[in-house]
Design a protein around this ligand. Structure first.
Ligand code: ADP
Ligand code: MG
Length: 360
């Protein structure tokens, strides 16, 4: 799959070829998160995703939540330097292609999705507030031949923008530990479905193998004060709140539940070594092997050569692609590294957090 980005977040211009297993390595501010976010939005930025209560939140509002600061500027973070007029994300896979456009129009950011050369207008996002105004069905759009601006037409397409998922990408799921509580909101509201699919006990047992715990199920029950809380149940029937387990175990439990539920085509995990200790990483990698066999595409980011080497080494049969990234003045550069090269860099004591600019 080929990803192309223009004027989206930190990347003014960049493209990347993605394989089944991709390990993005780079210093801080080298574009890793921007790439993962682009892949999360590519299937359709305003579709409902498994975050938050109810139907879920839109993909783009989840990212806005992640980037919100005091006096947050809602959705302008999508546009490079907050000032560009048009941000684009394109994904091409075999003969299929999807393009997502964010276009500034006054104090709005309009959302267009283009698939099979058909331009569709889905609605707009507020640039100064978190409002979303999304159409009930898409409008066929057009491009002004002089200005190049995208414009909604009047003909409708019977596509519900909240549920549309591009065929070129399939569903994608972006995981960042700061979003875990937002996933728990979704889990709670869909608990019956998770249980009836047998996922709660399956995941609890799988987790037990990895952390030498003794869990046989996950439960949703009231805690002191009455709010519903997720527990892991031990074989001797004690309940331990998921939030009280080590953060790595919380991450893995949450990730496995949501993956098994959604079966996304792409799983995107940001900053993997920062929330996984080495023992857990061993366990995660064996789970990765299972999901890669199901034809899931995996994109993980890290700034640790050691983590990259470990993941790639353990999953060599899936022909991992290790991509070293750098970003300068908005231009994304990348270089594929072999496992040997990663080892050499590690032996030479090169820290990608400071030295990667020299390497590319
Ligand atoms: N909307 C934006 N406009 C301009 N620069 C941005 C925008 N969003 C993020 N950046 C910058 O892009 C760079 C890459 O960020 P990011 O993708 O988060 O890198 P990484 O995840 O590798 O640390 C950072 O320097 C960040 O400050
Ligand atoms: Mg990052």
């Amino acid at each position: 799959m080929r990803l192309q980005i223009s004027n989206f977040r930190g990347i003014r211009k960049g493209s990347l070829e993605l394989e089944r297993l991709n390990i993005l390595i780079g210093s801080n501010n080298s574009g890793k998160t921007t790439i993962l976010e682009a892949l999360f939005l590519a299937p359709n930025p305003i579709r409902y995703v498994a975050y938050g209560s109810g139907y879920g939140y839109s993909a783009v509002s989840v990212l806005s939540y992640l980037h919100s600061t005091l006096g947050s500027e809602a959705y302008v973070f999508l546009l490079h330097n907050y000032t560009e007029k048009l941000a684009g994300i394109a994904c091409t896979d075999l003969s299929k292609e999807v393009k997502v456009w964010f276009q500034r129009g006054g104090n709005r950011i309009e959302v267009y999705v283009e698939e099979n050369n058909e331009l569709l207008y889905f609605g707009y996002l507020g640039s100064s507030n978190k409002s979303e105004s999304i159409l009930g069905s898409a409008l066929l759009g057009q491009r002004d031949s002089e200005s190049g601006r995208l414009m909604p037409g009047s003909r409708t397409r019977p596509i519900n923008p909240r549920y549309f998922i591009s065929e070129a990408t399939g569903e994608s799921f972006y995981f960042h530990p700061l979003l875990m509580k937002l996933i728990w909101g979704y889990l709670k509201d869909h608990w019956v479905e998770f249980r009836s699919k047998g996922l709660t006990s399956r995941v609890a047992k799988r987790i037990s193998e990895g952390v030498a715990g003794d869990y046989d199920d996950l439960l949703l029950e009231p805690f002191i004060g009455g709010t519903q809380t997720i527990y892991v149940r031990t074989k001797d029937a004690r309940g331990i709140r998921l939030g009280d387990l080590g953060s790595g175990v919380q991450v893995l439990t949450t990730l496995m539940l949501i993956y098994e539920f959604l079966k996304p085509r792409m799983l995107l995990i940001d900053d993997i070594e920062s929330h996984m200790n080495p023992m857990l990483l061993t366990h995660v990698v064996s789970w990765f092997a299972e999901i890669l066999k199901n034809d899931t595409m995996l994109v993980v980011s890290t700034h640790s050569l050691e983590a990259a080497k470990f993941i790639a080494g353990a999953l060599e049969e899936f022909e991992p692609q290790i991509v070293l990234l750098s970003l300068r003045e908005g231009k994304l550069r990348s270089r594929n590294l072999s496992l040997d090269e990663v080892e050499e860099l590690e032996k030479a004591g090169i820290d990608v957090r400071v030295g990667e600019g020299i390497l590319i």
